[in-house]
Ligand binder design. Structure first.
Ligand SMILES: [Zn+2]
Length: 677
């Protein structure tokens, strides 16, 4: 993948260091109660023994700890209590990451440090972070030095780790004198306005910001390791989505961290607008980006942005289960405590205790993958979901993320375990690769995908996949040979009553489609002529809807329309049948679920000689937040003969039947089975 667009300025990271030993070997159950501890400290009622006892009794073994939400309050309080506090936590086996905020400062700081903070395109200091506040710039030498010396002092206090909240770029920054100077010196051009993705200079700006954060993080990592190499370091990473707004590149940044994490369980406003699988998606993406590092999904135990609106137990359990099922651990951020969540928190922690080492150092064992194209996110366009750092959802006309969401949900609903791949180099063991509208493909990616199919892989792509590259619009698909078709033109059908066919069946048409000219591909169906209305006569055109092309030993299916995004928009059940038929042409999933009314995620992971079957129940009563999870009766068929051990939950029946192992169970929230041949 072209990480920095056309900039040509690639960072060459060192070989990643192994994570510090305790992080590598511990099943992490992390609590963050910084807001509560800080408030108690401010009121003069913080009690180290009491705070440590409470976290331990809830079942946690690691925490993010601070007594100051802002880094600028320095170490006054921390120094006063940390020694006592670490004695209390270590007595109970509770590891402590000191939390340092490196992305927000009070506006009063501007007077003392006029050149530490991010500036917008017009040259004005950005002072509305979280409503009111400043965001430091990693390229400001003064701030960089000051934050490094803070980390050094903290490392000397003897914590188990340091967690950096931030660093990030603001969605409107940064055009401070340091950033402008460095950018202009490197590229000999003025920086473009951030967010104008069509500006040909924009990839350079994104590349520059990603490099700036990586350079800052490398420095931070080195500062801490110089004091004590056993102090673990990590930061608040990029959740799935465009990274141009914040400049965080998890893959590069992971080199300078012992573990990686992102806010996969922070969900805002109308929860129906956030896919229920966001925590699982985040875990899968972190795994693809940093396979060698332990991964953490940050879950806010509240309905964002309302810190006092506590999450329902069903939501919390579902999010924790997703993290575990997808090879990550969870971090639970508690900003308000009423005791209502105590039972759910203990329950999630009991899952980790039951599984223990089985959750450490696992790898994905599925044979289906969805291709994640960060370049498409960053250069082609897409919605930037709301977060603390962006403050609001940024909507742009093109939306790659919705295509990924569609493919992701379809696989979940079909009960097929899968992983994400961010590069063709990650396709070992993958039989079917779904490429949902990855518009931007580099030449290297194109070649890699060709190899994959050549050797027998099945590729399922849609819409504008490969129509763009480092130079912009390509004029034809990068994968034209694989698709067995050439690009002709694009059509917008609108939301009228239109249809497409495949294998003789009718399906609602996608709103957008590409007209193509098949060369070697066989059309499996066609679009109707645009009816321009409802109840109009339906007549088929000669524009194919779905192509099938044999290539090398492999097979390619190409949906000419935005199939996955359309599924995300309307959830047509017929689309599920169509995708099931496409996937079934060559491959059979190693896991099959039976349970018609359920929405259950099945994930398959491996540790040593054991296969780990995770089942996560997403079945709720059409409500988000989920008020409760509806228990579902389920039959799961796993290809092969296995001895089954129940780790979390219990199978009512296990049977060997025609080359498969069948489990029957009632699934409440989460279950985990270890399978041994
Ligand atoms: Zn700057």
């Amino acid at each position: 993948m072209i990480r920095h667009g056309a900039s040509g300025q690639l960072l060459v990271p060192r070989k990643p260091a192994l994570p510090v030993s305790w992080v590598r070997s511990t099943p992490l159950k992390i609590i963050d109660a910084v807001a509560i501890d800080s408030e108690n400290y401010r009121k003069g009622v913080f009690d180290p023994a009491e705070s440590a006892r409470w976290k331990f009794e809830l079942g946690f073994n690691v925490e993010h700890f601070s007594l100051a939400v802002k880094a600028y309050e320095r170490l006054r309080g921390l120094k006063e209590v940390l020694e006592d506090y670490l004695r209390e936590t270590h007595k109970r086996g509770l590891r402590v990451f000191v939390y340092l905020n490196v992305h927000w400062a009070d506006v009063s700081q501007l007077k003392a440090h006029p050149d530490w903070f991010q500036v917008d395109y017009s040259g004005k200091v950005i002072d509305d972070v979280y409503g009111r506040g400043l965001m430091p710039c990693v390229n400001s030498p003064g701030w960089r030095e000051s934050s490094y010396s803070l980390m050094e002092e903290v490392a000397e206090l003897g914590p188990d780790g340091i967690f950096l909240d931030g660093p990030v770029f603001h969605v409107r920054g940064c055009y401070c004198r340091w950033c402008k100077g460095a950018f202009e010196e490197r590229y000999r051009i003025e920086p473009p306005r951030k967010g104008e993705l069509a500006d040909p200079r924009h990839p350079q700006l994104v590349g520059f910001q990603k490099e700036s954060l990586a350079s800052y993080m490398r420095g931070a990592y080195e500062v801490v390791k110089r004091v004590n190499p056993e102090v673990a370091v990590y930061m608040n990473g990029q959740p799935p989505g465009p990274a141009w707004a914040t400049g965080r590149d998890n893959e590069i940044l992971s080199r300078y961290q012992d573990l990686v994490g992102a806010e996969g369980g922070f969900e805002y406003y109308n929860l129906f607008e956030t896919p229920v699988f966001k925590p699982g998606l985040t875990a899968k993406l972190l795994e693809a980006q940093a396979p060698e590092k332990p991964r953490v999904v940050f879950i806010a135990a509240n309905h964002r942005p309302w810190c006092r609106e506590v999450l329902t137990p069903a939501e919390l359990l579902n999010r924790c289960a997703q993290a575990l099922a997808n090879g990550a651990f969870y971090w639970i951020g508690i900003t308000w405590w009423s005791g209502k969540l105590a039972e759910a928190v203990r329950r999630a922690n009991s899952w980790v205790d039951a599984a223990g080492d089985l959750l450490v150092g696992t790898r994905d064992a599925s044979s289906v993958a969805i291709y994640w194209s960060q370049s498409t996110c960053d250069y082609y366009g897409g919605e930037v979901p709301v977060s603390d750092f962006t403050g609001e959802t940024k909507r742009v006309a093109r939306d790659y993320l919705k295509s990924v969401y569609g493919a992701y949900e379809m696989l979940l609903r079909l009960g097929i375990p899968f992983k994400l791949a961010t590069s063709p180099r990650q396709l070992d063991g993958v039989e079917v690769l779904i490429v949902p509208n990855a518009a931007y493909l580099s030449d290297e990616e194109t070649e890699g995908l060709g190899d994959f199919v050549e050797k027998g892989g099945v590729l399922v792509a849609s819409f504008e996949t490969g129509l763009y590259g480092p130079e912009g619009l390509r004029g034809n698909f990068a994968l034209a040979d694989l698709f067995g078709a050439d690009y002709v033109r694009s059509h917008y059908y609108g939301t009228y009553e239109n249809y497409m066919t495949a294998w003789g069946e009718w399906y609602p048409a996608t709103a957008r489609l590409l007209e193509v000219k098949p060369s070697t591909a066989e059309p499996l169906g066609y679009y109707s002529v645009n009816t321009g209305g409802w109840y109009q006569p339906v007549e088929l055109s000669s524009m194919p809807s779905l192509l099938r092309n044999a290539y090398g030993k492999g097979l390619v299916f190409y949906f000419t329309g935005n199939f996955f995004k359309t599924y995300h928009a309307y959830r047509f059940s017929s689309y599920l049948n169509l995708l099931r038929r496409v996937l079934g042409e060559r491959c059979r999933s190693p896991v099959e679920l039976e349970g018609s009314s359920s929405y259950v995620e099945a994930e398959l992971r491996a540790k040593g000689g054991k296969l780990l079957l995770h089942l996560v129940n997403h079945t709720s009563a059409l409500s988000r937040p989920m008020l409760e999870l509806v228990p579902v009766h389920l039959k799961v068929r796993v290809k092969g003969g296995y001895r089954v051990e129940s780790i979390v939950g219990r199978a009512a029946k296990v049977e060997a039947r025609s080359g498969a192992t069948e489990l029957e169970l009632t699934l409440g929230d989460y279950a985990l089975f270890a399978l041994e041949a």
